[in-house]
Design a protein around this ligand. Structure first.
Ligand code: BGC
Length: 255
């Protein structure tokens, strides 16, 4: 009988969340723990949080982790919203070492997208679906006919006329930093969506991250013709998707 539960962890710029996930239903089967992201958020400090998290949940077993950078074979390749010393760090090896469990690491927005494709708004959706997580940065998870195209990183595309990458212009951090109203922020975000539409002609946008909770406050400002829905799993999507990713990797390794 294979283990059907995985510890899902979501490393964010401000918090590190973790819960044990039933990968058949996508439901949390433990309490949801949240630790503030250490400052500085160096590999060593984040690893300590991992050890505390697994300890508190009394967890032994596989771990899936969503991480806010391009991730290739467990290695963090960029660091826009996390300490720069992560670049080149094998995050999967580090988390495995500190917990004694097998850890698998995926980009956080890819993880959130996987969860939505499996259990939420993307379920059964063919064509091109783009999950966008709106938080400290802008994360994107790109899916074509249900299959992930990893590390799409459309939060870092330049927006014409603004001389800035999109996440510096239209993330929740930008909204807070510049004290934008919902309308002012949504007009910016709409520009971003129009640009993405021109680039990849998606069939559906799914908006995730904390800002997705307030969808009704700003949806009326969007003019892009692509359907847009808020993520169904809200803030749990990253943890759930990370667990799904680990499960898939484990099964692939055992096959
Ligand atoms: C990072 C992405 C991440 C996003 C959301 C961006 O700054 O480059 O990898 O998905 O923030 O956390």
């Amino acid at each position: 009988m294979q283990e059907q539960q995985i510890l899902g962890v979501d490393v964010g710029a401000s918090g590190i969340k973790g819960a044990i996930i039933d990968i058949n239903t996508g439901e949390l089967v433990s309490e949801r723990l949240r630790f503030p992201t250490p400052d500085p958020s160096t590999p060593g400090e984040v690893a300590k949080v991992f050890a505390a998290l697994t300890g508190q949940l009394n967890w032994t077993g596989a771990i899936g982790c969503g991480f806010p950078s391009i991730v290739k074979n467990g290695v963090a390749c960029t660091a826009a919203n996390i300490d720069k010393s992560w670049v080149g760090t094998d995050a999967a090896a580090l988390f495995s070492q500190v917990t004694g469990d097998e850890a698998f690491v995926i980009n956080d927005a890819d993880a959130a997208g996987l969860a939505e494709m499996r259990f939420g708004e993307g379920k059964g959706k063919m064509g091109t679906v783009l999950m966008i997580t709106i938080g400290s940065g802008l994360g994107t998870g790109l899916f074509v006919d249900g299959k992930i195209v990893p590390n799409s990183e459309f939060g870092h595309i330049y927006l014409k006329g603004h001389h800035k990458v999109a996440e510096l212009y239209a993330s929740n951090n930008a909204k807070e930093r510049e004290e934008l109203s919902w309308e002012a922020w949504a007009v910016r975000f709409n520009e971003y969506l129009l640009h993405l539409d021109r680039l990849i002609s998606p069939d559906l946008f799914i908006l995730g991250g904390g800002t997705s909770k307030y969808f009704d406050s700003y949806k009326q400002y969007f003019t892009v013709s692509v359907p847009i829905v808020p993520a169904r799993l809200l803030n749990s999507a990253g943890m759930v998707g990370a667990a799904v990713y680990a499960w898939e990797k484990l099964n692939a390794l055992q096959a």
